[in-house]
Every structure is written in C-alpha cells, then in structure tokens.
Design a protein around this ligand. Sequence first.
Ligand code: GTP
Ligand code: ZN
Length: 205
Amino acid sequence: MNPTDRTTPSVNGESPVFDQERAEKAVRELLLACGEDPDRDGLLETPARVARAYREMFAGLYTEPDHVLDRTFDEAHEELVLVTDIPMFSTCEHHLLSFHGVAHIGYIPNEHGKVTGLSKLARLVDLYAKRPQVQERLTSQVADALMRKLEPRGAIVVVEAEHLCMAMRGIRKPGARTTTSAVRGLLQSSASSRAEALDLIKGRR
Ligand SMILES: Nc1nc2c(ncn2[C@@H]2O[C@H](COP(=O)(O)OP(=O)(O)OP(=O)(O)O)[C@@H](O)[C@H]2O)c(=O)[nH]1
Ligand SMILES: [Zn+2]
C-alpha cells in the first residue's frame, strides 16, 4: 500500500509490517527482565503466542481502516443512521493494556443519500481500535473517517470504555468509565440534530 494512502504514520517511509520473530524475542526478553524463566515448560510457547496476539490486537496498523468504507450505495435516506452498542476492544498506548466497552456511531447521509453497510461501521471502529490508542484519538479518527469517505451532512461517535490500566493497577478504580465523543458537520453545528442523536444514544434499550 502506498504510505501516503495510510491514516497511520509510516515507519522510515515504509508501511508498518509485523515482525513475528522480533516480537517473540522481545517477549522472551520481557519475561527474563521480569525474573521469569522463559525456558520452563509453561512458558516455552508463550513468546510465539503473545506475538500472534499482538499482531491481531494491532491489525489496524497493517490494514487501512478507511478501506472498509470504499463500497457505498445510494439510498433515499437523508436522516440519521445510528448503530449503538458496538462492542469495542482497544489497547492503551501508555501501558499496552486493554480498554474496552462500546461505541455508538451515527451519521446523516448527504443529499445523494450516500450510505454504507451497517456492518462496515462496526468494522471501521474495530480497525481503528486495533492500534496502540488513546480513547480520544480513536473517537475522532472514526468520526473523521466517516466524514472523509461518506461525505455526510454530519457524523457522531461516542465511545464508552473501561481502562484496565485504571482498574487493575495504578489508581485501581474498576468500574470507572470514560466517555468520549466526536461530532462533525451538522451534528456539531445544529444543537437539535445533536440532541436527537444523543437522546437516541442515551435512551437505547
Ligand atoms: N487521556 C487519556 N489518558 C489515558 C488513556 N489511557 C490511559 N491514559 C492515562 O495515561 C496516563 C499516563 O500517565 P503517567 O503518569 O505517564 O503514567 P503512570 O505513572 O503509569 O500513571 P498512573 O496510571 O496514574 O499510575 C494515566 O493517567 C492513564 O490513566 C486514554 O485513552 N486517554
Ligand atoms: Zn493506560
């Protein structure tokens, strides 16, 4: 893929690739640094497993998320389209621990009714989540991708998540939930459009 087509910065001018061997060595080093014996039976396969897990958790570095919105179709619908409670798992870039919860994604199609398949909204959040992230950036990246690819009249993304780095270590506040939102276009400029979307998000179930 041409690095200029990517939403992720290139590394030394190249698109990022996953180096399984290097990742395995790094995990082995980490185990050694922690005082473990990576050659004991239970840990023998661990570096390879952890490396594969990271390749999966960071899949959004190697696949351009925006491409999931390449295929659109026209539908005579110029009102809000909103998908709520999309399960989301991401990895905080500060501690490489999971933050997870739900995403709500909505947009108001443009006057041509340019819409995308509903599953693609979930695929979009999935791929942006599969990177080393902070919740604020994840939220805006999804909203910006919608604006770029669907050219809608407006877009809204709300993410609610629990951060394991706040739950299992450090401040240790399990259950604390962070909500971030990104609104663009009409959903930013029109208080009534935004209120409609937020009411639907709050009043779901
Ligand atoms: N804004 C934001 N902060 C995050 C996110 N994920 C983790 N953090 C925070 O990143 C901060 C990193 O703070 P540091 O002081 O550098 O690291 P630390 O000593 O491990 O901090 P503590 O977690 O407070 O123990 C912490 O306050 C985390 O809660 C996120 O998605 N967004
Ligand atoms: Zn963290």
